[in-house]
Design a protein around this ligand. Structure first.
Ligand SMILES: Nc1ncnc2c1ncn2[C@@H]1O[C@H](COP(=O)(O)OP(=O)(O)O)[C@@H](O)[C@H]1O
Ligand SMILES: Cc1cn([C@H]2C[C@H](O)[C@@H](COP(=O)(O)O)O2)c(=O)[nH]c1=O
Length: 199
């Protein structure tokens, strides 16, 4: 029989929109309200880097706030004994097991059974192609928080992410990125296409 979470809340948006900060704030709130250890939160973060087992780490949000948790490659690496499970970088969830998404989804369903789950994921890649994984979890969530950042060119609300470094890879944790709004994106694309036609 299929298993279900008690609830799923999702935070989606471009880079710098506050997804990790929202999870960090949720974690602090849950810790404050926890009477027993099992009431508290467990925090995991998907990474492209290969990790054989959950790797305890501390990292920073783009605003410089520290978060502690474990880096993972697969849902099978999650050992969650608490009622609340928080997972960041959900867009990378199937990266290491592309060939067997079905099994990975079954493992996810096992892990989340009866838990309150909070997921954060990137909406689009730097070419504006949606991350299917983020889309899937958004569809099964009870609540979806759509976040925006500030465009690095004009300061208006931004829902896209621009890649600053030259690599062409879709998946790249090392490249540099900045948030960008629709207007500025359109301007850049039309300048690029004018340059291409004049060559
Ligand atoms: N252009 C920007 N727009 C919005 N926030 C920015 C920008 N540049 C830096 N920040 C900082 O990034 C923080 C959000 O970081 P973070 O939670 O890590 O975002 P995400 O997980 O969505 O990439 C903001 O609170 C702010 O301090
Ligand atoms: C746009 C884009 C981003 N990435 C990577 C870069 C970061 O490691 C994460 C996003 O982190 P954040 O918490 O949203 O700041 O994704 C990528 O691999 N490909 C892309 O196109």
């Amino acid at each position: 029989m299929k298993k279900y979470a008690a609830s799923i809340e999702m935070y989606i948006g471009p880079m710098f929109s506050g997804k990790s900060t929202s999870l960090r704030n949720k974690m602090a709130e849950l810790m404050d309200n926890a009477k027993f250890a099992e009431d508290g939160p467990s925090y995991y973060r998907f990474t492209l880097e290969k990790v054989e087992s959950p790797k305890l780490s501390t990292w920073q949000t783009h605003g410089g706030v520290e978060i502690e948790g474990a880096l993972i490659n697969s849902f099978s690496q999650i050992k969650c004994y608490t009622k609340h499970l928080l997972i960041d970088e959900i867009q990378f969830a199937f990266y290491h097991c592309e060939d067997d998404k079905e099994t990975e989804t079954e493992i996810f369903n096992e892990i989340i059974e009866g838990k309150h789950v909070y997921l954060a994921g990137l909406n689009l890649d730097w070419k504006d192609v949606p991350f299917q994984t983020t889309g899937y979890f958004t569809c099964i969530a009870d609540k979806v928080n759509i976040l925006q950042s500030r465009c690095h060119r004009c300061g208006k609300p931004a829902q896209f992410t621009e890649k600053i470094t030259q690599s062409q890879n879709r998946f790249d944790e090392k490249a540099q990125y900045l948030p960008i709004c629709r207007n500025c994106r359109v301007q850049i694309i039309s300048v690029e296409s004018m340059q291409q036609t004049s060559v």
